[in-house]
Design a protein around this ligand. Structure first.
Ligand code: PHE
Ligand code: NA
Length: 501
């Protein structure tokens, strides 16, 4: 069977950007920046972008394009013993990140409707925790499913199902061709609107006022590297798959650069919008900005609603546009992992796409139900912590080691140079072979030591092991089981594009 292809390079780049730009750019980045030294945080962030983000994105694009395969197929073609490394990230992203990520998109859909009548009333915090989530006292205290969230979740997976079923070019590409321009317009409108609110500048100052002393704290650097992985969808197995749908002659390094720069630019600009709103609130209430800032989720679902109520006649409109933009950003990321997973199963087992779309979206929806319960917030917090701090970084280290040391990395580099405009020097090999495995291992160890000395988030060790560690271990085992199955196609016997060089 002929491999699916993107209809155009623009389609590919927009799809990659669609995966990269997501909830993380809007609810994670601005807060991270504020908390870790304001404008000074841009230094570790940019260092992480240029030393890890861009080189790894180029690696993932290169592996997918040169080996011509979804993550499992590409690693199978690198070596029989490495196929599991293609499955593992797909598993923990699809059955970890996306299960809760799609629930947060469901909240956005609910809040889009709540915006119409400013349903949160005077106390948006009580509304969010008590009425909307009905948060229980811990991860094991589960007594009810929140139906508004369940319906939102159903909408997310139904939309994803339709898009994935239509295939690469008529589904994923078309969706992103519509979603990305829409998202850019929505964001520009919201940011300009926010900048014009009274007091916006005090917010911007709080966002970017540099505190260089923070640069001495290793935690700040760890956060920067962690954010770069999450934000560029690196170590997910997605970018490998997306690159495999590109025809032979394609400027891959250029596409990686555009994707990375547009994604980070988008984060920075959304930060202006977010902090303008905070400045407006602080000014209206006559308090310092620090008093109105809340951590990531609280920012979108508590602080924003409150601000929307204060805007006046146009508040509902503002709220709807804001939650619509979050929904669009989120869905275009969620579809990317489902596509990557479907592609892996299609490559190996030759299952038809309609069946795959139905199976994966059904599993995604049912698996997400636990996060829609009144204990769901704790599950979300724990799974997010473990996958982001261990899953993604570990996958990144392993990718570098396997491709760098157990395969001819120069073949990937030469292939990229042959098809791309921007040429990679031999320095790139050393980043992949040495610098990244070493620096990322330092980060991983640093995290691990902190993990073992203090229980994350004050949870019991039983919940951390049962919900967090087990997620990593179980996906690991399932990856081995999938890799051990015999191939039902001959895709793995085909050559890579660089084999003739
Ligand atoms: N890159 C996305 C973000 O920043 C994260 C993501 C990608 C989540 C793909 C799920 C699937 O939000
Ligand atoms: Na992102």
């Amino acid at each position: 069977m002929k491999r699916s292809e993107w209809g155009s390079r623009v389609g590919f780049v927009l799809a990659a950007i669609g995966s990269a730009i997501g909830l993380g750019n809007i609810w994670r980045f601005p807060y991270l920046c504020y908390e870790n030294g304001g404008g000074a945080f841009l230094i570790p962030y940019l260092v992480a972008l240029f030393t890890a983000g861009i080189p790894l994105l180029i690696l993932e694009f290169g592996v997918g394009h040169e080996r011509i395969g979804s993550a499992p197929l590409a690693f199978r073609k690198i070596g029989k013993q490495w196929e599991w490394l293609g499955w593992w990230p797909l598993l923990f992203t699809m059955f970890g990140i996306v299960l809760y990520y799609s629930v947060v998109i469901a909240w956005c859909i609910d809040f889009l409707f709540y915006s119409v009548k400013l349903a949160w009333g005077a106390d948006s915090e009580a509304f969010f925790f008590k009425q909307f989530l009905q948060v229980s006292s811990g991860p094991t205290e589960i007594s009810t499913i929140r139906t508004p969230i369940l319906f939102g979740l159903l909408a997310v997976w139904a939309l994803t199902w339709v898009i994935i079923m239509r295939g690469v070019s008529k589904g994923v590409e078309l969706a992103n061709m519509i979603f990305m321009p829409l998202l850019f317009v929505l964001t520009l409108v919201l940011v300009f609107w926010s900048l014009n609110l009274e007091g916006s500048m005090t917010g911007i100052v709080a966002y970017l006022k540099p505190d260089f002393s923070k640069l001495m704290d290793p935690k700040v650097w760890v956060s920067a590297y962690g954010q770069i992985f999450f934000t560029l969808s690196l170590g997910f197995g997605i970018m490998i798959t997306y690159a495999s749908y590109m025809p032979e002659k394609s400027n891959m390094t250029g596409s990686a650069l555009i994707t990375a720069l547009v994604n980070s630019g988008f984060s920075l600009i959304s930060g202006f919008g977010v902090f303008s709103i905070l400045g407006f609130m602080a000014t209206t209430q006559n308090v310092p900005v620090d008093e109105v800032v809340k951590e990531s989720i609280g920012l979108a679902f508590i602080v924003y609603p409150k601000a929307i109520s204060m805007i006046g006649d146009f508040g509902p409109m503002f709220g709807m546009l804001f939650f619509l933009s979050l929904t669009v950003a989120g869905v275009s990321s969620a579809i990317s992992i489902v596509e990557a997973f479907a592609s892996g199963l299609e490559d190996k087992f030759s299952i038809n796409r309609k069946m795959l779309a139905t199976l994966l979206c059904f599993l995604g929806f049912t698996g997400g139900v636990i996060f829609t319960t009144n204990g769901g917030l704790f599950w979300l917090d724990i799974v997010d912590h473990f996958i982001n701090n261990y899953g993604l970084v570990l996958a990144g280290i392993l990718e570098c080691i396997v491709v760098g040391w157990f395969f001819n990395l120069d073949q990937i580099r030469k292939h990229l140079n042959k098809v791309s405009k921007i040429q990679l020097g031999p320095w790139w090999n050393w980043i992949i072979k040495l610098f990244l495995p070493l620096s990322l291992s330092v980060i991983l160890l640093n995290q691990l030591i902190r993990e073992l000395t203090t229980a994350y988030g004050g949870y019991t060790w039983a919940s951390l092991i049962g919900i967090g560690w087990s997620w990593i271990v179980i996906t690991f085992l399932v990856a081995f089981i999938l890799a051990a199955q015999p191939w039902r196609t001959e895709n793995h016997l085909e050559k890579g594009r660089g084999d003739e060089l």
